[in-house]
Write a protein that binds this ligand. Sequence first.
Ligand code: ADP
Length: 468
Amino acid sequence: MHIWPTYIRTRLTLWYIAIFSLIMGLYVSAACAIQYWELNEQLYHAEVQDMETVEGLLYFTPDGRLLLHEEYHSRPGSRLLLDRLMEVLDPNGAVLFRNEKLNGLALGGPPLPQEASVSHYASRMRIADGRHVLVVSHFHPVQGKRVLIRLAYSTEPLRRRLIELLVVLMLVLPLALIAAGFAGYRVAGKALNPLAAMADLTEQITATRLSSRVPVENPNDEFGRMACVLNGLLERLEEAFQKLQRFTSDVSHELRTPLASIRSVGEVGLQQSHSDAEYKDILGSMLEEVSRLTSMIDTLMTIAHADSGSIQLNRTVFPLMELIEESVGVVDVLAEEKKQTIFVAGDSALSVSADRGFLRMAVINLLDNAVKYSPVGSTIHILLELSTQERRYVKLAIADEGPGIPISEASRVFDRFYRLDGGRTRDEGGAGLGLAIAKWSVEAHGGEILLDSELGRGSAFTIRLPAV
Ligand code: ADP
């Protein structure tokens, strides 16, 4: 069974009370121990003083009995003196004197060696009637004879004082614990308030209300930091969500155009009868749109896989020049149609470790753009070289003599569905996914893709990949 409370506030309070009790327990024990030690010291010093008084009052009668001048009772130094127990022995252990208060009981047996070892030897004992006493022993000559004087006082008053102290402390302790528990509960509640507020607010956040933020009272304390982290998370979620929404609407928009075109071509075809050649034309243009749609859907599938992180790169080491030549072979037909020349130069021995398929896709997309957007009869330069500036990487530059890309658009051209449409018709360009795919592919290989362009003078896209 689960008995530990689930609420942090209650748990904190219980911990607080437990720790407070422990500290109070230690405090009470220390206070009692110090008090006991001090009282003991006082008693011992009183006894040592009394010993000096007693020494002067002892005398032997002519018949050899040891007696005590009794007049000291008239000036007792302390109330304790009245309860003095006293015994005097000769060095052989024969009892020379015992006072009345002792009722004939012994304060220990014959002299012990340790009693002679220090001037005033202190020991505790329980005498035959059950009283606990503190005995101070001292050897002293009385009229030339060496005797052992033992003085003892009951430690009962000392014990009583201690118990009194303990009772007082024990009476106060529960009150202190209740007060501490109450205060702890309040403090814990106050400290945890921001957490409750955060939970309430977070509960209200839904996919459509991702713009809400958790209030941050003090960004430097723990809750403030947590609120900031939560807000950061919300911000990223909101961004991702907006991106997804934008992507979905872009996809729908892009799909609608070829579909509408297929439909209108079909409708025109059905409106009246046509010759076989005309029907072939109609079907041909419909198929063209279908193949455009198919390739876009293929690209979208690749993007979806890339986004979900489920694409596994199948890396092999191969000379990059090989792949460049292959890619040039793919766009060659288009370039020839536009009477463009493609120059390839560079180190054929440079190899990379990459997924051939995905890297080829990136290079073809860049080459395809260069051909597509450059004027008839222009030249495209491809240069492959090794750079050893900061770290070793392979640099593949594709430069064209096309219209160029304004600096302000340089980073946006890599966004999905982003097209620079000024003066470029839709027929000429694609869906605006080519550069996005190329960027993803290069980055997945640990590289980067850069754009250097001047409006009206051409663009140069550079792929940088770690060298092997
Ligand atoms: P698209 O399929 O439309 O070519 P991309 O993602 O490949 O899409 O390119 C995005 C946009 O960047 C293009 O619409 C085009 O306007 C611009 N662009 C890409 N490459 C070039 C280039 N070599 N020269 C001029 N503009 C380019």
